[in-house]
Design a protein around this ligand. Structure first.
Ligand code: GLN
Length: 197
């Protein structure tokens, strides 16, 4: 199976390196246009700026085919801005300039709620499925998960707060595992797909 990295904006090289360390570089493809989406069996949606990524998805003609693939169950691993783009609902931001979303992960999120502008904050998280379960979480103006609906399951926590949610092969994280050098979450996601395709 080939794994795609949505490569329009954001921390694409970091996701590419993390995915390549799990499945090998020859199985990782950058996705910038619709025909490149056709060949992938799973997609990483990077962190970056969700309004910019949404605009580039529309300009490149990728929005509609990606929406179709997501509705059909394309496995997706979405971090930070990526989480925003797959969320069912966004809390309206004060500026009102929110991106459209694909709505495939049953969460309500508030944008720009962890880590001040231009700075990151790092903290220990607990991730179900990892052994040991502790994972370094990097947050950069990250979305906060305000509510998790019945279709989704929290699996990553920062204290009592939910920072990672999954629904089958649809995973959304408020933080950036691709920026830590710890590949265990990419591996957990990709290994969970074995036997599905
Ligand atoms: N604040 C960004 C947004 O709303 C997300 C930040 C990130 O991906 N690090 O898109």
């Amino acid at each position: 199976m080939n794994v795609g990295i949505l490569a329009l904006q954001g921390d694409v090289p970091e996701h590419r390196a993390a995915a390549a360390s799990v499945v090998g570089a020859s199985h990782v493809a950058l996705v910038r246009e619709p025909r490149q989406l056709e060949g992938v069996g799973a997609l990483f949606l990077p962190g970056g700026e969700s309004t910019t990524i949404a605009r580039l998805l529309q300009d490149s003609g990728l929005w509609d085919p990606l929406a179709d693939r997501l509705r059909e169950g394309l496995p997706i691993f979405a971090t930070c801005a990526g989480l925003i783009l797959i969320a069912r609902d966004l809390e309206k931001s004060p500026s009102g300039a929110d991106p459209p979303t694909f709505g495939v992960l049953d969460v309500l999120v508030r944008r720009n709620d962890y880590g001040p502008q231009g700075e990151s904050c790092e903290t220990e998280l607990e991730v179900t499925g990892l052994k040991p379960s502790s994972f370094r979480g990097v947050f950069i103006r990250s979305p906060r998960i305000l509510a998790v609906g019945p279709q989704a399951t929290p699996f990553a926590h920062r204290g009592a707060e939910v920072v990672g949610v999954r629904a089958g092969a649809t995973w959304g994280l408020a933080f950036h595992p691709e920026l830590t050098g710890d590949r265990r979450l990419h591996a957990l996601f990709l290994h969970s797909l074995r036997g599905q395709r």
